[in-house]
Design a protein around this ligand. Structure first.
Ligand SMILES: CC(C)(COP(=O)(O)OP(=O)(O)OC[C@H]1O[C@@H](n2cnc3c(N)ncnc32)[C@H](O)[C@@H]1OP(=O)(O)O)[C@@H](O)C(=O)NCCC(=O)NCCS
Length: 86
């Protein structure tokens, strides 16, 4: 589970969050042998929802979460051989 990602307001839209998430994904694969990553995002957080969508995250149905919260998921298995990038 990835959480608490925030970029300074003065440096947004420069690709920083995208690079941080990709780096986290690679650490999860290389150091923890993770095969998937989950993130909870507020439904009305357009910036985060669009960023994670761009990175390949998909919305999962999760009846345990309130309707305003979306659980996002990405399979990391395709990254198993890419752990040296970024
Ligand atoms: C969400 C957040 C982390 C994005 O950080 P960022 O460094 O600005 O994001 P990036 O520059 O890597 O953006 C990557 C893509 O996300 C999408 N995106 C980012 N900010 C966006 C915005 N304000 N509106 C719409 N799409 C946005 C775009 O598709 C963007 O690609 P593009 O710039 O080529 O169009 C940042 O807005 C933030 O810190 N928000 C407050 C905290 C927060 O909501 N954290 C997420 C909690 S789950």
């Amino acid at each position: 589970m990835l959480s608490d990602l925030m970029v300074c307001p003065t440096t947004r839209r420069q690709g920083i969050a995208q690079k941080l998430v990709l780096k986290c994904e690679r650490i999860c694969v290389s150091d923890f042998k993770a095969t998937e990553l989950y993130i909870r995002v507020l439904e009305d957080n357009d910036a985060a929802m669009q960023m994670y969508s761009k990175l390949g995250y998909e919305i999962m149905d999760n009846p345990d979460d309130p309707p305003t919260v979306k659980l996002l998921h990405k399979a990391l298995s395709s990254m198993q051989d890419e752990t040296t990038k970024v």
